[in-house]
Design a protein around this ligand. Structure first.
Ligand SMILES: [Zn+2]
Ligand SMILES: [Zn+2]
Length: 170
């Protein structure tokens, strides 16, 4: 969904959409939407800038970093973004851009792409590391069995080599 700025009355508008998983998936190679995701918010044009704020409610699925089993993560997030058109951005000399301007997003000057915002904001809420549970035992590096659901007879040496060295001394 795109919000066309020329359709905004008085430079203001609202948006609301419920995304079916198919509309956004894959969000990235490890994150997928598993239920419809709702977003709503407001768009306001002020001079050369466009302010977009809103809310996203979603349920995504990621893989456990250790055992690769699916993990569900609820997403409930607010966002507030500040856009400047690409042309405007380029006509502003780099030297004039202050620190605060670096948080600006650039757009084509015509429309704000809500799909992109929703994907980006969902990804921002997904932690870099996800475990299905804190004590996930992971996958055996020898035979590939999921150690949470089964046991194997592979011998994996978990001894820290530094302690092994000490052991040899005694
Ligand atoms: Zn796991
Ligand atoms: Zn094994």
């Amino acid at each position: 969904m795109r919000v066309e700025l020329e359709n905004l009355e008085g430079g203001k508008g609202e948006f609301a959409h419920v995304y079916q998983p198919d509309e956004l998936n894959p969000i990235d190679e490890r994150v997928n939407l598993i239920e419809p995701a709702a977003t709503s918010g407001k768009v306001r044009v002020a001079g050369n800038e466009v302010f977009v704020n809103g809310h996203i409610n979603a349920l995504v699925q990621v893989e456990c970093d250790r055992c690769l089993q699916p993990v569900e993560l609820p997403v409930n997030t607010d966002f507030a973004l500040d856009y400047i058109s690409g042309a405007e951005y380029e006509s502003t000399a780099a030297a004039e851009l202050t620190e605060a301007d670096l948080s600006l997003s650039v757009f084509d000057g015509k429309a704000i792409d809500i799909d992109e915002i929703v994907k980006e904001q969902i990804l921002l809420t997904v932690p870099a590391r996800t475990l299905c549970r804190d004590d996930c035992k992971g996958i055996c590096p020898e035979c590939g069995i999921d150690r949470n659901t089964g046991e194997c007879s592979c011998v994996t040496d978990n001894t820290d080599p530094r302690w092994a060295a000490l052991k040899n001394l005694t």
